[in-house]
Design a binder for this molecule. Structure first.
Ligand code: PMT
Length: 397
């Protein structure tokens, strides 16, 4: 995502916006206008984006051919200008190419969104209203502004949309024509914790990274996503609904309550297979622990969802240390899922609590290999095939 920052006091909020967009899985490059650099330094955006920041001068180019504006325009999947000042909106509406950001907006074929921020009188001025109407008519998405206290001491319409809401709007906007637009996706993520007594529990090494990456990838395809998660070591972006649970039973209840409104169910959680038969109210003494611990199986959530009527399109993950594909196939058949994603675990660097993963996707009559990649990248590839399989199943039903 290319983030354009223009001159306005709200520019300081855009540093937080970069962080939230990155949390949501976006790669962000920042281009600042001359006005923006009066409010926030490029170094701030360099630090939060992890990339060099581009300034206003179109004639200072990093690329050998001197055409940063074209390369950046082609690189971006989406261009968001936040804050968008009255001056920038006017330049954009006239098709000016008098600085790098305006030139990129003119040269890109990606979707462009602008989050205006200015004094309320500047916003409601006839010139600004005409400019905004022109931009809307050309397909530029105008997000906000919001009403409230303004930096100038006035009250009214002109505040830049709050960062969390802006991220939600951006996610919706850019997923609006995605392959899963309008579909509801329910995903389990992370481990469960099965208590033994007030201080001990049975759990596993799942961090939730894979499940949350799947959720972000589904939202990027336009889906309305809910994650039911055990204790996570990653953040769920604000535009994805998150139901936090602890035990397998709570996870099953949260899933069962939402099944009627789910089109696609993805079981990425590492649900504990067993729980203590009874949970001690007092801490069990070490000497008594071995004898006291009787285990009973938890509900197999994936298998239970597959038996529900009507049931969503169901995807499971199979975590295996050997015979990955044959064991994955056995789970696909035994649990009754539509797709099983078999992933190797127990190797350093991939699987549980790692940033990378690799997988073999299996379905009845087909398979596809996904080589090792970062979980966010892999999730995008997996979601794309899941979406194909889902639509193929719908069309043949
Ligand atoms: O969370 P990370 O650190 O990113 O790691 C990701 C992961 C390795 C946990 C993930 O990619 C993964 O493989 N998740 C499934 C782990 C697992 O429990 O696999 P399994 O083979 O034991 O179970 C098969 C399927 O049944 C899974 O979809 C699981 O969610 C589901 N299941 C299992 C038991 C149970 N009681 N209920 C279930 O729904």
């Amino acid at each position: 995502m290319l983030l354009g920052v223009t001159g306005g006091i709200a520019a300081y909020k855009s540093a937080e916006l970069v962080r939230r967009l990155r949390d949501a899985g976006a790669q962000v490059r920042v281009v600042m206008t001359a006005g923006a650099t009066k409010f926030v330094t490029p170094l701030t955006f360099q630090a939060v984006s992890g990339h060099r920041v581009y300034g206003p001068d179109i004639f200072i180019s990093e690329s050998d051919d001197g055409m940063d504006h074209i390369h950046l325009a082609r690189w971006a999947d989406a261009v968001v200008v936040a804050p968008a000042s009255a001056n920038f909106i006017a330049r954009l509406s006239m098709g000016m190419a008098d600085d790098l950001l305006a030139s990129i907006c003119l040269a890109t074929t990606a979707t462009v969104a602008a989050a205006p921020a200015m004094n309320k009188e500047m916003w409601s001025a006839a010139a600004t209203m005409d400019n905004v109407a022109k931009l809307r008519a050309r397909g530029v998405h105008i997000v906000g502004p919001d009403a409230g206290d303004q930096a100038c001491g006035e009250q009214g319409l002109g505040r830049m949309r709050e960062v969390n809401r802006l991220v939600e709007d951006i996610a919706r906007l850019f997923g609006a024509d995605g392959a899963l637009a309008g579909k509801r996706v329910l995903i389990t993520a992370g481990p469960t914790r099965e208590p033994i007594d007030p201080v001990r529990f049975i759990s596993n090494r799942s961090s939730g990274k894979m499940g949350v990456a799947m959720a972000i990838a589904a939202a990027a395809e336009g889906a309305d996503v809910t994650v039911v998660s055990g204790p996570l070591r990653v953040t769920v972006p604000p535009y994805i609904a998150n139901v936090a649970v602890e035990t397998a039973e709570q996870m099953w209840q949260a899933v069962a309550e939402r099944l009627g409104e789910t089109d696609i169910f993805i079981a990425a959680a590492a649900v504990a297979d067993f729980r203590a038969d009874s949970v001690a109210t007092d801490k069990v003494a070490k000497a008594d622990l071995g004898g006291a611990l009787k285990l009973v199986p938890t509900t197999d959530i994936l298998a239970a969802v597959c038996k529900a009527k009507p049931r969503p399109f169901v995807i499971g993950f199979a975590a295996e240390t050997r015979d990955i594909e044959s064991r994955g196939k056995e789970k696909l058949d035994r649990k009754g899922a539509d797709v099983m994603i078999a992933n190797p675990v127990g190797q350093a660097g991939t699987g549980f609590d790692a940033d990378d993963n690799q997988a073999t996707m299996l379905w009845h009559g087909g398979r596809k290999e996904f080589p090792r990649a970062r979980k966010d990248e892999l999730a995008k590839q997996l979601m794309s095939v899941i979406s194909e399989r889902y639509h193929a199943a719908k069309n043949s039903a």
